[in-house]
Design a protein around this ligand. Structure first.
Ligand SMILES: C[S@@+](CC[C@H](N)C(=O)[O-])C[C@H]1O[C@@H](n2cnc3c(N)ncnc32)[C@H](O)[C@@H]1O
Length: 216
């Protein structure tokens, strides 16, 4: 079984390239007849790593609206963009001007990605540029990453909406066993969300866990 919108060729998980002839990082391309697929590199994308490690319940569908906190230069977002198609949209928040500068050329080709230079901790500064969303994806590697997600979900997530978060234990506390951190962050999330999957990303991403959940 594969994930909706994701094709499996041998060991590779791929998305159908919405912009044939264009690639966005050093991803491999597979051609099948007239179609072009971009191989999702699990060493460069935590969602890619989670899928390689068995995540199948991925709450992404055609036409969905997504808030992406920590979009960086758009490696993972490029694959999500392939899946959601032209009726969907990814509002990509990133506080590094350099990363946003590198992301912008992709957004000229992929009209379903809207870059927002802003801090995920202060949504009031950019809230007027987005709308309510079906899913929030977060990958910010900050000590307060779970609180940042909860805050944004309270403002932007539609009733019954989904979350995906890559929790990096070492950004929270390097001195504590990662499993203890994962349990502590899960407990915080469970106040608001039903956690449907928890995928430890080792060895693709050391000391990371990937949670998928649904707003209660
Ligand atoms: C691990 S990288 C994200 C990689 C990206 N998710 C991908 O898979 O393509 C984390 C990103 O979060 C950004 N970031 C960290 N804290 C942030 C914050 N408070 N607001 C917005 N962006 C933040 C960093 O600048 C960095 O680009």
């Amino acid at each position: 079984m594969t994930v909706i919108g994701v094709s499996q060729f041998g060991k590779d998980y791929c998305t159908k390239n919405a912009t044939p002839g264009k690639k966005y990082y050093d991803e491999r391309i597979i051609r099948k007849g007239k179609d072009e697929y971009r191989v999702w590199d699990p060493t460069k994308s935590k969602l890619g790593a989670a899928i390689y490690k068995g995540l199948r319940n991925v709450p992404i569908f055609k036409g969905m609206k997504i808030l992406y906190l920590g979009i960086s230069t758009g490696t993972t977002a490029s694959h999500i963009s392939d899946i959601i198609g032209n009726d969907g949209v990814i509002y990509g928040v990133e506080f590094s001007p350099r990363s946003v500068r590198d992301l912008v050329p992709m957004t000229k080709k992929r009209k379903n990605i809207v870059p927002i230079l802003g801090d995920a901790r202060t949504p009031e500064n950019w809230a007027n540029r987005i709308e309510k969303v079906d899913m929030i994806y977060e990958d910010v590697a900050q000590p307060d990453q779970t609180d940042i997600l909860i805050r944004n979900a309270k403002i932007f997530l539609k009733k019954g909406g989904s979350i995906m978060i890559a929790v990096k234990a070492r950004s929270i506390n390097v001195a504590v066993n990662p499993n203890e951190i994962f349990a502590q962050e899960r407990k915080k999330l469970e106040k608001y969300f039903t956690i449907t999957d928890a995928i430890n990303l080792n060895p693709l991403e050391k000391d990371h866990i990937f949670f998928v959940g649904k707003l209660r």
